[in-house]
Design a protein around this ligand. Sequence first.
Ligand SMILES: CC(=O)/C=C/C=C(C)/C=C/C1=C(C)CCCC1(C)C
Ligand SMILES: CC(/C=C/C=O)=C\C=C\C=O
Ligand SMILES: [Fe+2]
Length: 556
Amino acid sequence: MASIKFTGAGINSFPSSLTDSSESCRIKFGFSFNKGLSSTRPNMRDLTVTSVATTPPVVIPSPAIEPVHELKLVAWKSIQQERWEGELVVEGEIPLWLHGTYLRNGPGMWHIGDYNFRHLFDGYATLVRLHFEKGRLIAGHRQVESEAYKAAMKNNKLCYREFSEAPKPDNFLSYVGELANLFSGASLTDNANTGVTRLGDGRVVCLTETIKGSIEIDPDTLETIGQFEYTDNWGGLIHSAHPIVTETEFLTLLPDLMNPGYVVVRMEPGTNERKVIGRVDCRGGPAPGWVHSFPVTEHYIIVPEMALRYCAQNLLRAEPTPLYKFQWHPESKAFMHVMCKASGKIVTSVEVPLYVTFHFINAYEEEDEDGRVKAIVADCCEHNADTTILDKLRLQNLRSFSGQDVLPDARVGRFRIPFDGSPNGTLEAALEPDQHGRGMDMCSINTAYLGKKYRYAYACGAQRPCNFPNTLTKIDLVEKTAKNWIDDGAVPSEPFFVARPGATKEDDGVVISMISDKNGEGYALLLDGSTFKEIARAKFPYGLPYGLHGCWVPKN
Ligand SMILES: CC(=O)/C=C/C=C(C)/C=C/C1=C(C)CCCC1(C)C
Ligand SMILES: CC(/C=C/C=O)=C\C=C\C=O
Ligand SMILES: [Fe+2]
């Protein structure tokens, strides 16, 4: 394995035409869809119901390997049927101004037949939709029909490389073929299971870390429209799972594994063409740090270089390592680079304390009394430079909570990146982590404050003991306090803030989350953005898987 080397300009330099793959293997998937449907592509309208009672769930046969402590919680269990839609009964009051659709994406099916996936991030994407109108709530979910998902259904086996799972080669020749496919990108998954975003032009795209896993969907029917194809010649295989998307642009980072660095690209609404803003070379090695997300300010793009780095050898392995496709290189140090958005020039690059993060929360520029930028502040959900969080997200760990407090501590990590030429930046907790139970991930802000000085962040926190963040928390970065919401034994998904139209206060709006409760059921929850008190909830016909990230599609 060690003798295999990447050749060419970089893993992100292969032409995208080579990354496409056919549905090479076809057999039936190991469970049936809704009753009465003969086709594997049922029409969404056939499934629409007006009352939750009319759609009995189709139950999937139990997985072959049962968890040690069987929980009723369904957050980590595969979705029970491919799709559903119906109106939910609302307890409490949905504000009449809330008009639009909240979409949430995330891994929702973790098995193929009787083969069980290992890691949370391996699951096939399940989209959930909450449509709010005139105080009513229509909900639905549907699987994203990626090539990886469709091939698994047809062949009853894994056909593409997922986050931790890889197809098993039958013999040495197919192993060599598999390696070739890895270099060309053909074997990488397009399972767009991380998030969903609404582009400035209104198109809605599901995303993951592989570029081919950018899939356009219809926000009304949740139907898969097809692969979102980037028409530039940049090609490339991987990008950040969390682009920065506004009404005027789509910004993302393309890690270059061959010549360690990151290319920063921008795409305008109405186009599929990414244009290069600039490039930053890594200061540590041997490979770029993992960039699941990155922050921006009004004038700068911050490129994080984490010591948890992509690892060519681990990319080639069929069996997962404790750090999956990554390796921890504390000796290589950690850095934050600041690129000017207008010129693409690196204005400063500082060494920072070691850190581990999936999610940046926000960043802003700090000015001196003459209005000159003196520093950048960038906040993230920081796991105390402890990489074990990745392994804690293995399904076996998530499914086997025994009452022990096994969730590693996390905090709001605040970087300060000085502009005075100092070689170092700082990283400190922005508030006492006990305020949010030392759990911290899956964050959102009022998007009107993106890149600007802000006060509030919403995230999942912890009430200990726990094995996963189990509260919703509203962080006040000025008062350095948190308000926490909990339903004992439940797992809430990412709290998503939607501002009230016309609001002038940062926290004037609602927070949407979906809860998987201890009885195996689930409900949509609305909290008041300011008081953080419940204003409405609506039970789903059956509990849904955890899910990851969401977006808001306003109705004009
Ligand atoms: C769900 C989530 O948050 C992250 C998903 C990450 C994925 C699917 C990463 C996939 C990858 C490969 C299949 C090979 C190349 C590296 C990497 C991008 C990690
Ligand atoms: C759910 C999660 C971390 C929780 C830890 O406390 C990370 C998800 C990352 C991908 O979006
Ligand atoms: Fe994420």
